[in-house]
Unconditional design. Sequence first.
Length: 114
Amino acid sequence: MIRTLAPLAAVLLLSACASNQVAQVQPIDGAISGQCHIDKVRGAVGLAAAAQTIERARVDSDSLQVSVRRGERATGGTTASGLADPAQGASESGGDHLTVETGPNNNITAIYCG
């Protein structure tokens, strides 16, 4: 009996590993409004600026577009993520564009609309 069930169990276990599911970035409420706001993405400051992190920030901020630019800041801190405006036109909400600044180690140092 065990010899019959062992191959079946092995197949089931290996098939679970073989299904390579790629996480899709979907908005929480089902729609992107196109009106940027950073209140839900402030926590991304300090994370690595990987493509998936940037896309998640764009979706969570309800922005239609995102741009990543190299900033001069080495670390986060008093940045546009709610505490100050480091760039001309930076804001916490408005428009359809999210801007993500990165530091020298490709970490996110600021997130703002505009």
